[in-house]
Design a protein around this ligand. Sequence first.
Ligand code: WT7
Length: 635
Amino acid sequence: MSNYHIKHLEEYFQVYRKAIRNPEGFWEEIAEEHFLWRKKWDKVLEWDFTKPEVKWFQGAKLNITENCIDRHLTIRRDKTAIIFEPNDPNEKAQHITYGELHEKVCKMANVLKENGIKKGDRVCIYLPMIPELAISVLACARIGAIHSVVFAGFSSSALATRINDSDCKLVLTSDGSYRGNKTIDLKGIVDTALDYCPDVETVLVAKRINSDITMKKGRDKWLAPLLKDASNDCPAEIMDAEDMLFILYTSGSTGKPKGMVHTCGGYMVFTAYTFKNIFQYKKDDVYWCTADIGWITGHSYIVYGPLANGATTVMFEGVPSYPDYGRFWEIVEKHKVNQFYTAPTAIRALAKENLEFVEKHDLSSLKVLGTVGEPINEDAWHWYNYNVGKNRSPIVDTWWQTETGGIMISPMPYVTPTIPTFATLPFIGVQPALMDENGNELEGNQVEGRLCIKFPWPSIARTIWGNHERYRDTYFSAYKNMYFTGDGASRDAVGYYRITGRVDDVIIVSGHNLGTAPIEDSINEHPAVAESAIVGFPHDIKGNALYGYVILKEAGEVREKDDLRKEINQQITEHIGPIAKLDKIQFVPGLPKTRSGKIMRRILRKIAGKDASDLGDISTLLNPEVVEEIKKNAL
Ligand code: WT7
């Protein structure tokens, strides 16, 4: 029998060692005992980080939806799989049982098939957090179509880029979405995007806000009547373990987003096993992750991980501040949530508000609290622990990435003693390494370096859609035979890991990964702009906010600076989305550059962070004089 459910620290160490000594044997046991395979694998693992290539459970056949839905039907057909909590607290919550979910997914899958979607086709899902989102994700998986969910806060041009990059034939969207007291015209955004996406043949539209939208003849179809007429019988497509399950875009250090590709078998095994242990999920628990399914957190820990465990998972459509700042806690009380998983930025925003919003709700159901997305600062950790967890619900600070598919470094509640701001110990099967700048591994404890992973785990992304070379260059070229995470980390005296933040050009704003390059590209498109550079600076709620240094074209028309700032942000909103807007924009005569022309972001970061007293040696810069000028006028 495998140790599927780890119960104490000694057992963790014992299983951890077992999985390091014999990874193939360990994962084979987990896969064999806890999942439904149509055919077992011929080989557990084949890998070569130099190519790079990773294959888990080669030769095995399965369908992930049979694991997430069908196999539960005999024992928990009437158990709630998904609780849908609407934006408006006066609208009734929906409880979708496993039996109903099966029917809904089969119907949706048949609608996709009737609209020409077959195994291997890409389907873009641009939906708000309504049941259709989870259902269409699963419907794609049911028929072997590759889903590409695009967060419904992205702009039309960001959407178009993603649709075209992976050549999606069909888009699923809704008439609009609710967000607090606002509505958003999602269909309008899709229409604009599709002007640039000639290959999209069909748009299926869910009705959510009953707005008056235009339907393009021959292309757009309302979803509801199609679902009503569709058969509820849809046999699952039998997939190879290494067939693609989905693409999910994340930003990188060039303007083009990276379509991370995850495959069926390993992703399923790792997300299910991590979910069980990191949330210590027990049979009748109600679990809630507040993320959007548009991000990897939602894919792995709202949909696939929980459902593979037969769990009840909450999907919340709204925002933490509507109708007031007590909304999260009201939902915890209402649905008696046992595990609550959110982001540090949400905690910081709620911690600023009156404590009454928390105190008036009964939070006694909570057993486990989680955070993800960025390092959690000590104040936020204590606030969460004391006011939400009442000092008795352990906090799991879970470190992972879109690329890792599942949680990599995290405590297990009631197993691993926690320390604020520490992600603590690697999960079973995960082999972290800290590297110095010369490419040597830092052995022993009390060291700090760049975080790499030495050995493949089952849910590592297999490639970047359409660009394997970029996959190799980004993740496998900095350190020989290692996956490089882009993060820095330290290891303390007892071997606990603490993530210190990104060491590359990615900035985490409110838990969202933003590359500097696409934002700079967007700014530079403004007719008055010659060049720009973006850095992050500390922000109370967002963790980091964006600071832009912008050089204007000399011959440009004389304009009000504040108007320009507005226009630049407007342009960023159009190109990327409001999450990428700049908090501060400083117009500068030049940017500090090395002699090879590389922008010295380190200097710009210090100035933006009001920490410019010691900028180090700047004499080797191409243009040291510009630094004083920038400092003098810093915002
Ligand atoms: C980056 C990945 C994984 C889901 C959400 C983000 C940062 C994530 C933590 C944490 C410190 C964290 C890292 C990582 N990050 N979790 N617990 N402590 N930093 O996914 O958008 O792919 O971003 O988020 O910098 O590399 P993502």
